[in-house]
Design a binder for this molecule. Structure first.
Ligand SMILES: Nc1nc2c(c(=O)[nH]1)N[C@H]1C(S)=C(S)[C@@H](COP(=O)(O)O)O[C@H]1N2
Ligand SMILES: [Mo]
Length: 256
């Protein structure tokens, strides 16, 4: 690893830590979830604080063996171009249909916000980063879980390539349907947080989020946004308005 990369890496870790500084100094306001102060969101406070205080910074979610892989249903939106799907968005659905017709050759993932080098990555470019493969359990808030193998580029690599600024504290993910989620830097830089383009040894199927979906292994299923199109790095918490989980009645932090 070049020295330059090392420095960015250390900075990235430091800024990640800064967003949760004083992990061991109990009562530090940095262990308050960004939704703190909202009585309806007391659950966020409990899980976030417990996780951030008790778990080592980058404790890994359990990884399984090939023989543990189970069938996994496709849930929520399974095709952003289909108007009958939940969270359908007509404009972006039409764009999705076009990039899908190109075999995703025209698909780009844009990285914006608090980065020194905003840009847009093609699928081929994302595949040129070092990859990670992990067999993990997906747990849906609806009460089912399933084990699958996911291959992709650690989000951290892409954030470093884009030159995430030291003040950055959150990362937002936008999909081709009306779905979006946000992570704090601890989860964004976590080694198992990947932009997955492969599933069970094949290209990620449409119904599971092609061409690229997020995998966040230490939170419930809905944080793993499918059909990614845009990533925005921010200094401030963003509740993502109408398309965010908060305004739809779900917690922002759902650690497992
Ligand atoms: N863009 C998008 N991402 C999404 C969803 C969705 O409807 N749209 N559903 C979420 C939910 S609730 C779950 S449980 C998982 C399901 O992933 P799967 O279809 O691969 O099982 O995707 C999550 N990501
Ligand atoms: Mo889910």
């Amino acid at each position: 690893m070049k020295k330059e990369t090392l420095i960015t890496t250390r900075r990235a870790v430091l800024s990640g830590l800064a967003s949760c500084g004083g992990l061991l100094a109990g009562g530090c306001s940095k262990t308050l979830p960004p939704t703190y102060g909202n009585v309806l969101r007391m659950g966020d406070l409990l899980t976030y604080k417990a996780h951030r205080l008790l778990l080592p910074v980058h404790s890994l979610a359990k990884e399984y063996e090939h023989g543990d892989i189970s069938s996994i249903p496709a849930i929520g939106n399974t095709n952003p171009a289909d108007p009958r799907q939940p969270t359908f968005n007509a404009d972006r659905g039409a764009i999705y249909q076009r990039v899908r017709d190109s075999g995703f050759a025209d698909w780009r993932l844009s990285i914006e916000g608090r980065v020194a080098r905003p840009g847009a990555y093609s699928l081929a470019e994302l595949k040129r980063f070092p990859s990670r493969t992990q067999i993990t359990k997906h747990t849906c808030e609806e009460g089912w879980s399933a084990i699958a193998e996911w291959t992709g580029v650690p989000l951290r690599r892409v954030l470093e390539a884009a030159g995430m600024l030291p003040s950055a504290r959150f990362v937002q993910f936008y999909a081709f349907d009306d779905s979006a989620e946000g992570l704090d830097m601890l989860d964004a830089l976590h080694p198992q947080t990947i932009l997955a383009y492969g599933m069970n040894g094949r290209d990620l199927p449409i119904s599971h989020g092609a061409p690229v979906r997020l995998r966040v292994e230490r939170q419930l299923g809905y944080k793993s946004v499918k059909f990614l199109r845009r990533i925005v790095v921010t200094d401030e918490f963003d509740d993502l308005g109408k398309i965010g989980s908060l305004q739809n009645g779900w917690a922002w932090y759902v650690g497992i």
